[in-house]
Design a protein around this ligand. Structure first.
Ligand SMILES: [Zn+2]
Ligand SMILES: [Zn+2]
Length: 382
């Protein structure tokens, strides 16, 4: 005896169209074969709820069902490949397209992913996934370039079976269930589903004596150390592509690529802006006043910088092409050096006298004044 359609969808006879649709949607999601590969019970349930929805979502069919029960469809009409063929219903093309819309409406968004799986084709070759790995690079490495080793988790071709998945290297056999298609189709009325063949997991072939290392997959999860060449001039967010270092491909398909994304690690005392490097130095008042050549510490070593006569504290000097190399170009950014002129924190008596004399020359102290003491100095400058 067939179960009641309302019961199948878990709804009351008085359920509205929306309630029917929502109940169906919920159950269809739960029992969809893509979500329950190889589960016969779920498959049966899925057929049932589809059947129930086909009838209850159609006003005229629902009415006939409500009046005559399952007999309305001729008793056995709903359990075969062509459920409506022998019954009292006949479908116009219009009805078909209408149901197609409902199908798309309900599944389009949710099973979009599996419909692309369907397009995989019979060989089931699949390029390996691309991988992303983020690293921190010091200013110096960005300045000079570096080779950095990274240890990443990834899928590799099984080295024991060389990716064949076979323990004894025997050739894979065609899968008897899908006849090599990798997909099985089954129809429920005019709904037709393709799903990955549960027997061969979509490969289309089966391996009679699977490799123990990879359990016949041909691919193992592992960690691999990869050397990455960091070119001069990389910046925050630069992405380096390491071709072929992504996950291994399936069934002999090419591997994906690895993208190494650079993040800059700041060096204390320095700032980077684009290709330019910024730093600060302190110099004495006489050097700033008279002008001099000073050694400015940079990321590695020193750079000689000419400080012009009369340089004020806070002035920034630009030294051309002493910044970061420009990625992929022959030129470099600039170095900016901010000059801080220091004031002595303590002076000897001798130095005070000297400053006293200097103050006289710029008219701050009368020419005939004589240096007596600290306090005398302060009184004059009051
Ligand atoms: Zn293997
Ligand atoms: Zn198969």
């Amino acid at each position: 005896m067939k179960r009641d359609y309302y019961e199948m969808l878990g709804i009351a006879k008085s359920a509205s169209k929306d309630e029917i649709k929502s109940a169906y949607r919920k159950l269809a999601l739960k029992y969809h074969p893509d979500k329950n590969p190889g589960n016969k019970e779920a498959e049966e349930k899925f057929k049932e709820i589809n059947e129930a929805y086909e009838i209850l979502s159609d006003d005229s069919k629902k009415q006939q069902y409500d009046t005559f029960g399952h007999d309305a469809a001729g008793g056995n009409s709903f359990n075969g490949e062509n459920p409506f063929g022998g019954g009292s219903y006949s479908y116009s093309t219009g009805d078909f397209s209408n149901m197609g819309d409902i199908f798309g409406d309900i599944f389009g968004d949710i099973f979009g992913g599996s419909s692309s799986n369907r397009k995989k084709g019979r060989s089931s070759q699949r390029r390996g996934e691309d991988l992303r790995y983020d690293i921190e690079v010091s200013y110096l490495d960005a300045m000079k370039g570096a080779e950095i080793s990274i240890d990443i988790p990834k899928k590799e071709t099984c080295s024991k079976c060389h990716g064949t998945g076979s323990k004894d290297n025997s050739a894979p056999k065609q899968c008897p269930q899908c006849k090599g298609a990798g997909q099985v189709r089954y129809s429920q009325g005019f709904f037709s589903f393709s799903q990955e063949c549960p027997h061969c997991k979509g490969k289309g072939t089966i391996i009679s004596n699977p490799c123990p290392d990879c359990r016949g997959e041909g691919i193992v999860r592992t960690r691999k150390t990869i050397k990455v060449r960091v070119p001069q001039g990389v910046q925050e967010g630069t992405s380096l592509k390491v071709t072929g270092s992504g996950n291994a491909g399936v069934n002999g398909a090419p591997p994906g690529d690895l993208y190494v994304v650079i993040h800059m690690k700041q060096t204390p005392g320095f700032k980077r802006n684009g290709d330019d490097l910024y730093t600060e130095v302190s110099i004495s008042f006489p050097k700033a006043a008279v002008g001099s050549e000073i050694d400015v510490p940079v990321l590695e070593g020193h750079v000689k910088v000419k400080v012009p006569q009369g340089t004020q504290s806070g002035k920034t000097l630009r030294i051309r092409e002493q910044g970061f190399p420009m990625l992929g170009r022959r030129t470099r950014g600039d170095l900016y050096v901010k000059i801080n002129v220091t004031v002595p924190t303590s002076l000897t008596d001798h130095q005070k006298r000297a400053l006293f004399e200097y103050a006289k020359t710029i008219g701050e102290i009368p020419q005939d004044a004589k240096y007596q003491s600290d306090n005398f100095f302060k009184k004059i400058f009051r």
